[in-house]
Design a protein around this ligand. Structure first.
Ligand SMILES: Cc1cc2nc3c(=O)[nH]c(=O)nc-3n(C[C@H](O)[C@H](O)[C@H](O)COP(=O)(O)OP(=O)(O)OC[C@H]3O[C@@H](n4cnc5c(N)ncnc54)[C@H](O)[C@@H]3O)c2cc1C
Length: 381
């Protein structure tokens, strides 16, 4: 089997791999980007019209990274001459017994990000499409919005190619069967090809544990079943009227989110979290029961929408750590191999920045932007 020597190999061309390829190419590095499906496929975690971007985090580590993440998206937009971000505002709410909005508000205050905290009753008056519990705890962040997801992934692959020219190779429909770490350099093994890399970055999403079964961090793969509702009168749900929304409940499967549509006719809504799944299953089913779970949530949030017809549905994969933290680290004892699983259902907004972090780690051996808690062993000293 032919073996090619490569400077930088990236396995997986989703949001993280595409961003890393662009960042490496931007630093003048040759790159081989390998993807098991076609670029832009809908079998992983990064496809679909849009993703939420917000500073509104309860965890100060993630909130603290958001100004840099927003800057990274603006830099990409400037480099490409396109807009990927739409400012919609973002509302986060929970019932008073759930310790969430207070922590979000204190993170926003700490970052000096404009926001307004209020009760559910005040919020419902502010935006009559909503009908949340009057005693809910609510925080509104005007600068939150949406990112054009699939477009951003494709754009970064195109940019990597245009920046790097012949030094950037994208191998589509090339599933990597295994990674050979026996030698002094990592070798990724495909059906008819071996790539020997000076530096290897693995951004394989839901398939990460397939390539690194002994990672030492449990990664749970779940299938998200997403609904798009078509209200009879879309006016109150259009961009500029409907902000992105996040409802945090007490239990693990009691968080929901949604957003207006870039096209203006439908509203995306889904539960955060789902059942364990095999990433290889091409399961696209969203049943009436799945939709009913979301409708029941909407009844206490956007009541009119709860009975709107389903326009279409979508499935997508989360790769989650137990505490939803990201994993971006060198394999133990291998400064030439980086594994990145920054998902847990909230990684997209960071992907542009994480691309840069991965490139800096590969080239410089470290990146000051990478939080200490993203190590394979958790918090690093
Ligand atoms: C329904 C849903 C809603 C979300 N909403 C938000 C949101 O609003 N805001 C937000 O910030 N985040 C959100 N996220 C999370 C975010 O989309 C993900 O964290 C992010 O897309 C993960 O990107 P990734 O590159 O790690 O994974 P992926 O996009 O899955 O990329 C991994 C790639 O690796 C390839 N691959 C795997 N194994 C191999 C192999 N052996 N050989 C070759 N290629 C391989 C896969 O085919 C895939 O293309 C959401 C996720 C889902 C599913």
């Amino acid at each position: 089997m032919p073996e090619l020597a490569c400077r930088n190999v990236i396995v997986g061309a989703g949001a993280m791999g595409a961003a890393a390829a662009r960042a490496l190419a931007s630093r003048g590095e040759p790159v081989v980007l390998v993807e098991q499906f076609a670029i832009g496929h809908d079998r992983g975690s990064s496809h679909g019209a849009a993703r939420i971007i917000r500073h509104s985090y309860a965890d100060p580590v993630y909130a603290g990274l958001m100004p840099a993440a927003f800057r990274a998206w603006r830099e990409l937009e400037a480099a490409a001459g396109v807009s990927l971000f739409v400012r919609t505002g973002g509302v986060s709410f929970s019932t008073p017994d759930v310790d969430y909005v207070g922590r979000v508000a204190s993170c926003l205050a700490g970052l000096e990000v404009p926001h307004r905290r209020m009760t559910g009753a005040e919020w419902n008056r502010t935006n009559p499409a909503f009908g949340v519990r009057a005693d809910s705890d609510v925080v509104f962040e005007p600068d939150a919005g949406m990112l054009a997801a699939s477009r951003a992934v494709a754009l970064q692959v195109d940019l990597a190619r245009s920046i790097g020219g012949e030094t950037v190779t994208v191998l589509e429909r090339t599933p990597i069967r295994s990674i050979d770490l026996d030698g002094d350099r990592p070798v990724v093994v495909a059906e008819n090809l071996r790539l020997r890399a000076d530096r290897l970055i693995v951004t394989a999403g839901a398939w990460t544990e397939r390539l690194f079964p002994m990672l030492g961090v449990p990664l749970a793969v779940t299938r998200q079943r997403v609904c798009y509702f078509r209200p009879a009168d879309p006016t109150p749900y259009r961009i500029g009227r409907l902000p992105v929304f996040i409802a945090m409940g007490a239990g693990p499967l009691e968080a929901f989110y949604g957003m207006p549509d870039l096209g203006g006719a439908v509203v995306k809504a889904a539960r955060h979290g789902g059942l364990a799944t095999n990433p290889d299953d091409d399961d696209r089913a969203v049943t009436e029961d799945d939709a009913t779970i979301v409708r029941e949530f909407l009844r206490g949030c956007l009541p009119v929408l709860a009975d709107a017809p389903l326009a279409f549905t979508e499935t997508c994969l989360y790769t989650s750590t137990p505490d939803e933290r990201f994993v971006v680290d060198f394999l133990p004892g291998r400064p030439d191999v980086i594994v990145a699983s920054p998902c847990s259902g909230h990684g997209f907004k960071f992907s542009c920045l994480i691309g840069r972090i991965l490139a800096d780690m590969a080239i410089d051996g470290s990146c000051s932007l990478r939080p200490a808690g993203w190590g394979l062993a958790g918090e690093e000293s």
